[in-house]
Design a protein around this ligand. Structure first.
Ligand code: NAD
Ligand code: MG
Length: 396
């Protein structure tokens, strides 16, 4: 029996995780569930799963949840804030932590899980983009296990040889020529570029193949998601970014590929359903059923690939450049992107202004060597401030 904390339990990844666990209730025990401020949803999950702890990042929401649960005589202990999140991410009785908070809010609890030597099921790619060096050092120093849940990285993990799976050892995969990350192209792959100016949040969030939270949906539409994933792959697999390529694959059936020096390419295929990588992360090195319908290759019939047009997707280039710049440039990239995406979702910023906010913020700030979490948080705050100023200007 493995005990698990699910950070971000009310989100798309959190709920998919609970769905897989429901199919294997004798193997996994849910110890803690967390959410931002969705009281109704977390209350329903507490009543269904009876965890020992429920954490709401928002203190007022935590208070309300606590009062509601008391009325039902529920023994669930309600905690709040980032202290509550890091507490349940590092509890001695917890074996696995699903890191599925969206954005930078996931950084400290995910890092706490690594520092406590847990198996970290990493969905929260922003944590790695913000603080890859410190995060990988924490994994190594504290004997944590890092299982990528992002479908592309999970695919690469499955295609790499065993000896390259020692977390954070820095053992560059010498036999690997390239890692190919596949990208569906999102909802705007074929939209005439001049129409991108007027797209709405609803259109941006209508992903053709995946049903995800709103932030990652917008990131998929701008392709910043793939940029964050290039950085994520570079950290996870100790591979230089020249060896990481992105190709368009509209069907999202091949989740990524590894090309070896002998010309072999290994790929992982499956229906686009996050329960496959989640089940893999939960059971590794074994496998368990996930509830995902089998992939019918006859029905799929055809797999298409296309080169990527960086004029359509400038965010991808910004991410590669930030990675090459090093230091906290990727922290700055991530922070500016979070501000811009939120403003776009609130209809305060045009879709095409998202890369402009990121580029301007990166050009105005010089990054630092990320020797401590405080330096990372300072640069994150600074970048948010500058990006917000840009967004608040009326002429964007
Ligand atoms: P979501 O928006 O559906 O859920 C986010 C979760 O985080 C919710 O439980 C929410 O309550 C919580 N949260 C939000 N803001 C918070 C805050 N300030 N403090 C504490 N908790 C907060 O997002 P999602 O689609 O499940 O994505 C979660 C993470 O997984 C993201 O980092 C995303 O990039 C990554 N990911 C998602 C998918 C997917 O298919 N959804 C695929 C790959 C990677
Ligand atoms: Mg992905």
């Amino acid at each position: 029996m493995k005990s698990i904390t699910i950070l971000g339990a009310t989100g798309s990844i959190g709920l998919n995780t609970l769905d897989v666990i429901k199919q294997h209730q004798s193997a996994y025990e849910v110890i803690a569930l967390t959410a931002h401020r969705q009281i109704d949803r977390l209350e329903a999950l507490c009543l269904e799963w009876s965890p020992r702890y429920a954490v709401m990042a928002d203190a007022r929401a935590a208070e309300q949840l606590s009062q509601r649960l008391k009325k039902t005589d529920s023994p669930v202990q309600v905690l709040s804030g980032v202290e509550g999140l890091t507490f349940v991410a590092s509890l001695a009785e917890v074996d696995f932590v699903m890191a599925a908070i969206v954005g930078s809010a996931g950084l400290l609890p995910t890092l706490a899980a690594a520092q406590a030597g847990k198996r970290v099921l990493l969905a929260n790619k922003e944590a790695l983009v913000m603080s890859g060096q410190l995060f990988m050092e924490a994994v190594r120093q504290h004997g944590a296990e890092l299982l990528p849940i992002d479908s592309e990285h999970n695919a690469v993990f499955q295609c790499l040889p065993w000896e390259n799976r020692e977390w954070g050892v820095g053992n560059e995969a010498l036999e690997v020529n390239r890692i190919l990350l596949t990208a569906s192209g999102g909802p705007f792959r074929t939209l005439p570029i001049e129409q991108l100016h007027d797209v709405t949040p609803e259109q941006a969030c209508a992903h053709p193949n995946w049903n995800m939270g709103r932030k990652i949906s917008v990131d998929s539409a701008t392709m910043m998601n793939k940029g964050l994933e290039v950085i994520e792959a570079a950290w996870l697999f100790s591979v230089p970014s020249e060896k990481i390529e992105v190709i368009l694959h509209p069907q999202s059936v091949i989740h990524s590929l590894v090309e070896y020096i002998d010309g072999s390419m290994l790929a992982q295929l499956g229906n686009p359903d996050m329960r496959t990588p989640i089940a893999y992360g939960l059971a590794w090195p074994k496998r368990i059923s996930s509830g995902v319908p089998r992939l019918n290759l006859i029905e799929v019939a055809q797999l298409d690939f296309e080169a990527l047009d960086l004029n359509r997707f400038p965010c991808l280039k910004l991410a590669y450049d930030a990675w090459l710049a090093g230091g906290t440039a990727t922290t700055i990239l991530n922070a500016a992107n979070e501000v811009a995406v939120q403003a776009f979702l609130q209809k305060r910023l045009r879709f095409t202004a998202i890369p402009k906010v990121v580029e301007t913020t990166l050009s105005q700030l010089s990054g630092h060597h990320p020797t401590s979490i405080d330096i990372i948080l300072e640069d994150d705050a600074h970048a948010r401030h500058l990006a917000s100023e840009w967004v608040n200007r009326t002429d964007n």
